[in-house]
Design a protein around this ligand. Structure first.
Ligand SMILES: [Zn+2]
Length: 214
């Protein structure tokens, strides 16, 4: 049986310093610590690339791999409030306001292609395109169906502040009531971020818009 890690030791062990320092390249120790690296004098293998490196004892990654992880985190797709910047040439996930109806909620998590104004969202319905009318509340450019997160709730609340521009104040409080129910559902379901989701949802109460059901 081969032991590739042994070869690694012999290829790079002799070149390792006794102690690592953080170079002045823009990435601080604070930046990198949550991605698994801090300077120190302990030797161990990187869980990512398997190279041996010298760092603080609890470091999981070598510095290049920690930098890569930090950059991937910084460039990850994030929820964007409203329809600004939404691609119109490919599907994205969006919380889409469809208004009130008997058999659907007022806001649906849909995958579809938006128009430029974020007011028409074309979804696939049993193999056929279905244009949903309403408004993009927030969107994220990912493949897999996202779940409700604090980041999503923040984006939804931010959209509510600007909602009056599109609906003269008509849709905001409907979205708000829906969001507060979703936050309650997160609590009931034991979502691990439920307290943070609920706190983020309640921030909508600071917004001033009509809460009149006419
Ligand atoms: Zn590495």
């Amino acid at each position: 049986m081969t032991q590739p890690w042994k070869d690694r030791i012999f290829t790079n062990l002799g070149t390792l310093p006794l102690r690592s320092e953080n170079p002045d390249d823009g990435y601080t120790v604070e930046d990198l610590v949550s991605h698994g690296w801090a300077p120190g004098d302990y030797i161990g293998p990187c869980r990512e690339c398997r190279e041996f490196f010298v760092a603080a004892k609890r470091s999981r990654r070598c510095r290049p791999c920690a930098v890569k992880s930090l950059e991937a985190y910084r460039n990850r797709p994030t929820w964007r409030s409203g329809h600004d910047g939404i691609p119109t040439d490919r599907p994205v996930w969006a919380y889409f306001y469809v208004g009130t109806s008997i058999d659907e909620g007022p806001v649906l998590l849909l995958r579809g292609v938006s128009d430029e104004d974020g007011e028409e969202f074309t979804v696939d319905y049993e193999g056929r395109p279905w244009d949903r009318d309403g408004h993009v509340v927030c969107w994220i450019d990912v493949e897999e169906r996202p779940s409700l997160s604090v980041e999503a709730v923040d984006a939804i609340v931010a959209a509510m502040g600007a909602w009056a521009l599109y609906y003269s104040g008509g849709g905001d409080h409907i979205v708000e009531d829906w969001l507060h129910r979703e936050a309650l559902r997160a609590v009931a379901d034991g979502h691990r971020d439920a307290p943070a989701i609920a706190a983020a949802a309640l921030k909508s109460r600071e917004l001033k818009f009509s809460r009149y059901y006419g």
